[in-house]
Design a protein around this ligand. Sequence first.
Ligand code: AMP
Ligand code: MG
Length: 500
Amino acid sequence: MQGAVDLQLPWNNRFASLGEAFFAPLQPTPLPAPYWVGTSAAVARWAGWEGAHLQNPDLLQALSGNRPLAGSEPLASVYSGHQFGQWAGQLGDGRAILLGEVNGLEVQLKGAGRTPFSRMGDGRAVLRSSIREFLASEATHSLGIPTTRALCVTGSDAPVRRETLETAAVVTRLAPSFIRFGHFEHFCHHGMPDELKALADFVIDHHYPDCRRDPRWGGNPYVALLAAVTARTADMVAHWQSVGFCHGVMNTDNMSILGLTIDYGPFQFMDAYDPAHICNHSDNTGRYAFYKQPNVAYWNLFCLGQAMMPLIDEQDQAIAALETFKDLYPRALARRMAAKLGLAHPQDTRPQNDYEMAAPAPVIEGVLTLLAAGKVDFTIFWRQLSHWVRDGGDAGSRDAVRDLFLDRGGFDAWLLSYSELLAHIPRAQAADLMLKTNPKFVLRNHLGEQAIEAARQKDFRMVADLLRVLEAPFDEHPDCESWAGFAPDWAAQISISCSS
Ligand code: AMP
Ligand code: MG
């Protein structure tokens, strides 16, 4: 291995300060002859890295595991978790290596080789799943949803065996922290109360300092932490539901302690609206079906609460903190749905109850029932409805929405009740909100698939073009109109599983 690459980055590796009960130090495994597959200048800017770094051949080597980055302290962290509802024991970073922290953001290489936690795995990620994670992270972020982010993907022709032979890639991803619910479960389950406390204190001090001053919960900062994670998780999942995002594998080791969308694997932005949709082909029982996501999040939060009990003692307090989900989640969803209907303003200073009054549940439920019955494309419907509002109720725009439904009578009745609500709000204001809330573009499976197919032939233009469009999903992008259209029939055949 050649010498370290020094980009003069201000490393401050706080996770490493926790000590070796939390991780195994190790170097990434080199990947032969790497090349850039996709890079995000926006993420480089956000992270305070020089944009020019993403043309630097030394960085290409470093992010592919071929040379160390000066100042980094690579490690794989240990965690446990519940997978598909069962206690799975110790897991850990089986193929992700944390390089350290720069400007408050941890830098992780996913697919960087085997670690002590790889179990049967090869420590690698394939080009297909890496492009999906790269594009999805940025698409999700641009929709305003909390998520880990992706700086770049580097690829190599090194073969990786999955169902078929594929090639290797590494995603460089960034987040203020990659700590998961499973980290807490690990130290509770293995009877390590000192480490559990050190972990909780680390998370509070660096990410939730207000928990030390929260007057609720009997002044217990750990209950306050549980309540804060509950609130962030409720908000994240409400946001997912409002854009038709299905995570696919909501195991507790894939739940971020910061309420970030994390570990993009068999996820899907739904095409036709189907609440029972299962995007992960390995999910035989439909545990992670779209409509179950809020309940699963709640279940996962209980696992976190259970793991924190040695710190909390007061079971009633912990349950009360967890139960805030039952109020927070529906309110967050109602706010999101009201905005989709143009009936609320995100910057509105009125008390939250007013949002709900502005979008009564029957109107929201009514439209979702119609969308499900007609298997209507979720993204296209909301965008067309936004156009109808923008165009002042014009008949042509109405027909464009109406034609999406088989049950035209049902739609007409719904539109009438919706119009009555809209009448109380200036049209332009409602239209403006809707066009900023209902994206024109989401990362549909078939678009990702086309970009992946081209990338396999070493044509990375569609990765770059899709990134550009998904970074501004509310803009029109007339040059990419077809990406806003219906999924082709073959999209239903795309099989996405846990194996990636
Ligand atoms: P996931 O559900 O993809 O987040 O992965 C669950 C666990 O399996 C985590 O501990 C991963 O690090 C590990 N894992 C997944 N794929 C691999 C792989 N190819 N090699 C080693 N570990 C893996
Ligand atoms: Mg995972």
